[in-house]
Design a protein around this ligand. Structure first.
Ligand code: C2E
Ligand code: CA
Ligand code: CA
Length: 521
């Protein structure tokens, strides 16, 4: 351990073994410790060749027949020290990229805040989230995902200055602390460099992967004074960058804070709303264009908020989806819709009601199709009196459970409509594979049909193609007679929109249905 042979050790005195130590320091050490009879210290021990190793010295004081002795056990603690260092590294650094992890990032951020305050120089915090990383991970595998993260780390590091801290918070989330900003333009320069670097395709063992990054930026002390607040700001700004189409950066603004606070309130209130049943369904007729008759309607959820009045589903459905409340909400919509359907069926036996569904309902509730089919049976409702509207996103879910549920619907006779067609992937192969009964042309195409010949051509193409596949077409958002006439000329099957009726309460809808039936009789 000390580098001496046994013979050498015998020929040397204890003091020679350790040049740092001599009789004076040893007894001085005892002066402090003697009352304890034993003491333990860690020190660096100089070996014969001059190199140093960490040791632990455990010394005991012995008084024998009036003579004082001490017995010291010197232990090599290199392994112990190395393990300690490893643990420290694991606790503070990310194993994959070797960047500081969340823990270390937090320490550094607090440190930089103090420094920034001391030196009266601003500091920026950047929050980075890779766009489409999940797709790479899912399609090329986790190994390739790891490779991409490592390469992305190198690229980000190339863009920053020596003193800046790049950290990985986990997954595809990174942060950059840009301290001591003498020139705030540096922030934009670095941000743009990172955007450019990450947009370059990644060569992952022969496969090219294309990603990008969304970046949120916030400043100390202008935007916030504490680490937590800065992190929250940068995160919100990052979401704003994502919402604006990704592959870009966004500065934090106070309006974002307000929006985030509003969202939090909304989440809170949504929980209460589910308990207190503040929801209702409105019904919008769907017109058979060749006859002008109503045989179908779409159920649209409404939230009567106790203080804020009516809140649009466009606002609260996304929040319900983020918090999984959508599963309970969706179940309520189904039960309420079938309850109405039961009573309207007496008036109009051909009547069919559509409900909207969120992909999450299928993903979270594995027995959804089973439960719904059973419920329709228990109410003695024909299965084809119900249409389930799905979005294209659902068909992108490759899990077998989702596929199975859609096929269950098809087999049972419950019909499936593809909502907002044309705004997503609009994949023909999916339509064929999943037994889709209706396509709903998104209102954005119908709106511009008269003015934009492209949209007109698109509508026509969708109709022709759908008919070839045996799928019927519903045009959404029909507001003018001119649009209606164009759609009829193109052979569109159904229309829905303000031209015919806005969504209305159940009683009003029943009145509409009854008057049509009386007319027929
Ligand atoms: P969506 O499924 O595309 O529903 C059609 C939306 O267009 C409805 O808005 C409807 O009121 C509106 N609309 C109908 N005709 C016209 C028109 O002629 N012009 C214009 N400008 N708009 C028209 P709403 O009720 O606000 O619903 C918005 C979205 O919220 C729905 O879009 C749907 O995605 C979602 N949603 C509504 N109810 C539910 C529900 O029960 N469950 C789920 N998961 N989502 C729902
Ligand atoms: Ca819909
Ligand atoms: Ca729609």
């Amino acid at each position: 351990m000390l580098g001496y042979t046994a013979d050498e050790m015998y020929s040397l005195s204890v003091w020679d073994w350790d040049s740092d130590l001599n009789a004076d320091t040893w007894s001085a050490g005892w002066q402090d410790h003697r009352l304890q009879e034993q003491f333990q210290i860690e020190k660096m021990h100089t070996r014969k060749d001059g190199s140093q190793i960490p040791v632990e010295v455990t010394a005991s004081y012995i008084n024998h027949d009036g003579n004082e002795y001490s017995l010291a056990v010197v232990q090599d603690i290199r392994k112990h020290k190395a393990a300690e260092a490893l643990i420290w590294k694991q606790a503070n650094f990310d194993a994959l990229t070797e960047l500081p992890n969340r823990q270390m990032f937090y320490d550094r951020l607090n440190h930089e805040i103090k420094k920034s305050h001391r030196e009266s120089l601003p500091m920026a915090l950047l929050f980075l989230d890779l766009d489409r990383f999940k797709e790479v991970n899912d399609s090329l595998g986790h190994d390739m995902g790891d490779l991409l993260l490592k390469e992305a780390t190198k690229r980000i590091q190339r863009c920053v200055r020596e003193a800046d801290t790049v950290s990985r918070l986990g997954g595809d989330e990174f942060t950059i602390i840009l301290g001591e900003l003498k020139d705030c333009h540096a922030v934009e320069r670095i941000t743009k460099a990172v955007l450019t670097q990450l947009a370059i395709p990644f060569d992952l063992a022969g496969s090219l992967a294309y990603i990008s990054v969304s970046i949120g930026i916030t400043f100390y002390p202008d935007d916030a004074l504490t680490a937590d607040a800065l992190i929250k700001n940068a995160d919100q700004a990052m979401y704003a960058a994502k919402a604006q189409g990704r592959n870009r950066f966004h500065y934090f603004t106070p309006q974002m804070q307000e929006a985030a606070q509003k969202r939090l309130m909304l989440i809170n209130d949504l929980h209460i709303a589910v308990e207190k049943q503040q929801f209702s369904l409105y019904y919008q007729p769907i017109i058979e264009l060749s006859t002008g008759k109503i045989y179908k309607a779409e159920a649209l959820i409404r939230w009567q908020h106790p203080t804020q009045g009516m809140i649009s589903p466009a606002e609260f459905i996304p929040v319900a989806e983020e918090t999984d409340l959508i599963v309970r909400l969706g179940q309520w919509v189904f039960l309420e819709a079938t309850r109405q359907l039961s009573s309207w069926h007496q008036v109009c036996p051909k009547f069919q009601l559509s409900i909207n569904t969120s992909p999450l309902q299928f993903q979270r509730q594995a027995t959804l199709s089973e439960d719904w089919i059973a419920h329709l049976n228990s109410l003695n409702l024909p299965r084809n009196s119900m249409v389930v509207e799905i979005t294209e996103g659902l068909l992108m879910d490759v899990s077998s459970s989702v596929k199975q549920q859609l096929l269950d619907f098809g087999r049972s006779g419950i019909q499936v409509a593809m909502d907002d067609f044309g705004t997503g992937y609009s994949s023909l192969s999916y339509l064929k594979k999943f037994d889709i009964d209706y396509i709903k042309i998104d209102q954005s195409f119908v709106r511009n049909m008269e003015s934009d010949s492209n949209d007109l051509a698109l509508c026509e193409a969708i109709i022709v193609m759908a008919h070839k596949l045996g799928i019927r077409v519903i045009a959404e958002g029909v507001e003018t007679q001119a649009q209606c006439d164009l759609l009829i000329a193109m052979g569109c099957d159904y229309g829905q929109g303000y031209l015919f009726s806005r969504p209305i309460v159940a009683d009003a809808f029943l009145a509409l249905l009854t008057s049509q039936q009386n007319h027929d009789d």
